[in-house]
Design a protein. Structure first.
Lengths: 112, 113
């Protein structure tokens, strides 16, 4: 069975600080990887995805993620966070065509 | 843009009631999902459907059932609501292929008293 682990449950940063959120998955086959974001009071939306090609993928709002196959990791990064990045972030994996598995989520609080 | 609409944003019901949560998507997606979201537990899959009248159990199906009579509509049913089913329920849809992202509704916050 596939599983996803997010290492940080709650991260607090000041504006302009750099961000890295860890995500590891357990599945030996081909995977499709996603980061979703849920801003306060809003629905979950796609931040970025990886399914093939360049392991460094760029998403919306300056976010990027790197797929490292040997480490089963897909960490999310942003060089300089803003107060508006305060949200909950979820890593997800589709190993089977049917369903996704989500991590427990990381709450990011950015202090102005 | 994909639109996934959940029938209620907030719902309050009593224990023992039969509860229906409705979800409609407008993109002709084959795949639809029901999750519950609880603090610290992320999203847990209850059921999903990959076609009309087809369904599969997710990770936490106990106490729930689903119905998919039309492609655009996926209903979650709490057969006899209990207080431990108080939660945020999210519906999602997805196009064909594992590399497609899911599109989520706004969620239904369900309280069982």
């Amino acid at each position: 069975a596939q599983s996803v682990s997010q290492h940080n449950h709650h991260v607090i940063l000041s504006e302009a600080a750099s961000l890295e959120l860890g995500c590891n998955y357990s599945y030996g086959g081909t995977v499709n990887l996603f980061w979703y974001v849920q801003y306060p009071g809003q629905h979950l939306q796609l931040l970025l995805k990886y399914f093939s090609g360049d392991p460094l993928v760029k998403g919306i709002k300056g976010f990027e993620a790197e797929f490292i196959k040997s480490k089963f990791s897909f960490n999310l990064r942003k060089p300089s966070v803003q107060w508006s990045d305060t949200a909950e972030y979820f890593c997800a994996v589709n190993a089977y065509a049917g369903k996704s598995t989500f991590g427990d989520g990381t709450t990011l609080t950015v202090k102005p | 843009d994909v639109k996934v609409t959940q029938s209620s944003r907030y719902l309050v019901k009593r224990t023992g009631e039969k509860v229906f949560l409705e979800c409609v998507q407008d993109m002709d997606h084959e795949n639809m999902f029901w999750y519950r979201q609880d603090p610290g537990l992320g999203l847990r899959l209850i059921y999903f459907s990959y076609d009309v009248k087809m369904k599969e159990k997710g990770d936490i199906p106990e106490g729930y059932s689903v119905s998919r009579e039309k492609k655009e509509r996926f209903s979650l049913i709490l057969e006899s609501a209990s207080t431990n089913q108080t939660s945020m329920y999210l519906c999602a849809s997805r196009g064909p292929g594992g590399n497609q992202p899911q599109h989520f509704g706004d969620g239904t916050r369900l309280s069982i008293l």
